[in-house]
Write a protein that binds this ligand. Sequence first.
Ligand SMILES: Cc1cc2nc3c(=O)[nH]c(=O)nc-3n(C[C@H](O)[C@H](O)[C@H](O)COP(=O)(O)O)c2cc1C
Length: 330
Amino acid sequence: MPFNTKLTRTLGIKIPVVQGGMQWVGYAELASAVSNAGGLGILTALTQPTPEDLRKEIRRCKTMTDKPFGVNITLLPAITPPDYGAYAQVVIEEGIKIVETAGNSPGPVIKQLKAVNTIILHKCTTIRHAQSAINLGVDFLSIDGFECAGHVGESDITNFILLSRARQSLKVPFIASGGFADGQGLAAALSLGAEGINMGTRFMCTVEAPIHINIKREICRASEHDTELVLRRWRNTSRLYKNKVSQQAVKVERESKSGKFEEVAPFVSGKRGREVFINGDPDYGVWTAGQVIGLINDIPTCDELVKRIERDAEATLSEVQSLIVPASKL
Ligand SMILES: Cc1cc2nc3c(=O)[nH]c(=O)nc-3n(C[C@H](O)[C@H](O)[C@H](O)COP(=O)(O)O)c2cc1C
């Protein structure tokens, strides 16, 4: 049976499951597969070197699905920041109606997109940031718990607390992000007040994710202990896969007397991280993964995965419902 939540109704999707933006992973192959499966697939804008390349990728995705899909725009600190406004303009010109924003100072980009009524899902790791995003007019918050892959923020609040805080205090609907891989997780998120879930790491480990099969096998082998928090010293903490390079990065970070970022920079190079997904050597550079890696044991198609999540969430919700019996039956 299709789900009916604010997320499914607003986005026009069948199953309240979003595939979060993923650098070097969020290409048309994955986004279209998730959307065709009934969830929301998302292209990652900055995986494309220029706004014009994003335009081509959006057009390619349109040839692969007639279902809604979105674009992620991530605003991260950079010495020479990309032209976010130009990426957003392409999104608008190509008629994309859903954008996931993430990162610092998203105000100008959100304003630009809201001017044409784009639906914005804004990802954040604290209730304070969620409130600021609400003031900017976002439509959904994507509440990213400390379990999540990538930028975990600096306050280390896991989803059990964060989602209930969101339910208690936010006036805007939210989805649950970080630590989700299955239907039981979706059922739990809905019970805590979320309108759906956002998943990254789980979608990396699907047939359609355009990364080397060795990395998918590595994800299947890994446990929930196999992530590492890197760059905390510079208040830019990222949860990465625990491999030789991320462990070395943490060692340098802890032991550096100067505290200069330059010392750790070669270990956290984005270029080498990208190569990992192409050459399939999990130790070639750092790559992003969440604690949920411990729950992933297979490589299904997106269709199999999304359908399984739907089925298991339904079964879980009715099993839980069956625990409530009239007092007369006790
Ligand atoms: C390989 C990878 C790359 C990611 N890159 C981005 C990104 O560029 N922008 C962003 O907003 N989130 C990024 N994320 C975070 C995801 O969108 C999502 O919020 C996160 O994976 C949720 O946690 P989970 O992995 O436990 O599902 C990335 C995640 C992964 C696994």
